[in-house]
Design a protein around this ligand. Structure first.
Ligand code: FE2
Length: 181
């Protein structure tokens, strides 16, 4: 197992709800070759806040026709899924707890937020790597279709105004998403 990448706040500023927000300098770490079996990568997302916004991964689409599986090890998260690009036809917020597993098919762009008070730790089986082309659609519109902010319930949602008309985001558990997708 080795450390593959660290995403810094500086690199992530362009996709924040409020660019210029301060918070933990390292947002998330990706370790790879974590097991010899099903799981390839481990992502650890910091706890803390960037202003009102929860720490999150940058967000990306896959440019290959392969499914990705996320498995939650520790913490409390939300997997933001948005279908299609540039027109987004569906937005699902999958609430995650340890033991949950979510399969992401190629049409869904995705980003993971840590909504808990401890680091969020996930395993995934993605061994196809990433190119800048996976991140460019998100970079172009300064983030995913919505931002997850601290609210009274699970999270408060702010829509990204750089997209056209967006569908209303739906909250689901991992179990519900399995039947839905
Ligand atoms: Fe992915």
């Amino acid at each position: 197992m080795y450390l593959k990448s660290i995403r810094t706040l500086k690199e992530q500023d362009e996709v924040l709800y409020k660019p210029g927000s301060t918070g933990p300098e390292s947002v998330y770490w990706v370790f790879t070759d974590i097991t010899q079996g099903k799981w390839i990568n481990m992502t650890v997302i910091t706890s803390g806040m960037y202003g009102e916004e929860f720490p999150k991964t940058y967000g990306h689409y896959h440019n290959t026709n392969v499914n990705e599986i996320y498995h939650v090890i520790e913490g409390q998260g939300i997997l933001l899924m948005q279908k299609g690009y540039p027109e987004v036809t569906d937005i699902v917020l999958v609430t995650l707890k340890p033991g949950d597993e979510v399969t992401i098919t190629p049409e869904w762009g995705h980003a993971l937020s840590n909504i808990g008070e401890t680091p969020l730790v996930t395993f995934d089986n993605w061994n196809s790597g990433h190119t800048q082309a996976d991140y460019d659609p998100i970079k172009k519109v300064s983030g995913m279709a919505c931002f997850l902010l601290k609210g009274e319930n699970i999270a408060k949602i702010a829509l990204n105004q750089n997209y056209g008309d967006l569908p209303t985001p739906k909250f689901m558990t991992a179990e519900e998403f399995k039947k839905y997708a």
